[in-house]
Design a protein around this ligand. Structure first.
Ligand code: ADP
Length: 300
């Protein structure tokens, strides 16, 4: 009888001790997993240890996932800063070169002083363009960012986009075509942001288009969705690159050297805007034949 009493007392004491130690352990690893169950005194020792084992396994899996997420973010941050530095270096080095040449006597040489100042000004515009795009993308990533949804005619917006890029197209003798039903086509979206999408897509169709080529915007509605396609007959993009095109600063190798004007953020901005409208941007493209970017919006 006495021995049984001592055994019960001892096992109760042992359980209490283990529960106390486990509770301390749980608390020290519990920063993220608020729902972890603390051990109960009513449980048998075996169950208590079994549960603790299971909880530790769960905690381990959770930590591994968190660590790989942090590593991914760190790699992304490093790549992003590297790309940004690379993008800014080119125009800054050219400005530096022009200023040095002017200081070393070029300023007095009427043949080059104006020309070099104009080129330095173009490089400054390029830096401003990169910073504007960065500013845009950062604002869109802000949790407080909200679309200004309204009903508007997408055909009219496509015409405005063509008008604003007419001069750029003329330089490469690229013609614009608009294919639509001939009637206004109302959609519900953020007009200014969709204007930016069209501008970026049409600007790319010119930048990567061939001299004498064409850019077509096609608009059609099926059921509740209005689809907008921007098609060019330019240099095209290899299929292996299609998924990466929308990453920040990603450039197809061949166009890297050709492209002097873009920030490398144009398609990343396009993707962001279209996805904030709960839609998808897709690309179809064949090298040497041309590219087509298309997306849909809710019909008004
Ligand atoms: P960029 O400022 O370099 O144009 P974008 O994000 O707008 O940056 O585009 C990313 C890359 O996708 C471009 O550098 C180019 O290689 C490719 N690209 C985009 N649009 C087209 C197009 N219409 N035809 C061919 N290549 C394109």
């Amino acid at each position: 009888m006495g021995a049984a009493f001592v055994f019960v007392l001892f096992s109760l004491f042992l359980k209490k001790f283990i529960q106390h130690r486990l509770a301390i352990l749980y608390r020290s690893v519990q920063t993220k997993q608020e729902d972890t169950q603390l051990p109960y005194l009513e449980e048998s020792l075996d169950i208590m240890i079994e549960n603790a084992e299971e909880n530790v396994q769960q905690w381990r899996k959770f930590q591994i996932k968190e660590i790989s997420k942090l590593k991914e973010q760190e790699a992304f941050r490093r790549e992003f800063l590297g790309n940004l530095a690379h993008e800014l270096k080119t125009p800054i080095f050219s400005i530096q070169g022009y200023i040095l040449t002017l200081l070393e006597g070029g300023l007095e040489d009427d043949k080059i002083n104006r020309k070099f100042l104009e080129r330095a000004s173009i490089s400054t515009d390029r830096i401003v363009g990169i910073l504007d795009d960065l500013d845009n993308i950062t604002k869109m990533e802000d949790e407080k960012f909200q679309l200004k949804m309204e009903s508007f005619d997408i055909v009219a917006l496509a015409k405005e986009t063509f008008e604003s890029l007419e001069l750029m197209a003329e330089e490469k003798n690229i013609s614009f075509k608009l294919e639509e039903s001939g009637e206004p086509s109302f959609v519900v979206a953020d007009r200014e942001k969709i204007g930016q999408v069209l501008t970026n897509l049409v600007r790319n169709s010119i930048a990567y288009g061939n001299t004498g080529g064409s850019t077509t915007i096609t608009i059609f509605t099926i059921d509740e969705l209005t689809t907008i396609e921007v098609t060019d007959n330019g240099i095209g993009i290899n299929e292996t690159e299609h998924t990466r095109l929308f990453e920040r600063f990603y450039r197809v190798e061949k166009s890297r050297t050709r492209n002097e004007g873009g920030s490398g953020l144009g398609l990343a901005i396009v993707k962001h805007i279209i996805e904030s409208h709960n839609q998808k941007i897709s690309v179809k493209s064949t090298p040497g034949i041309g590219s087509q970017f298309h997306f849909s919006l809710d019909k008004s």
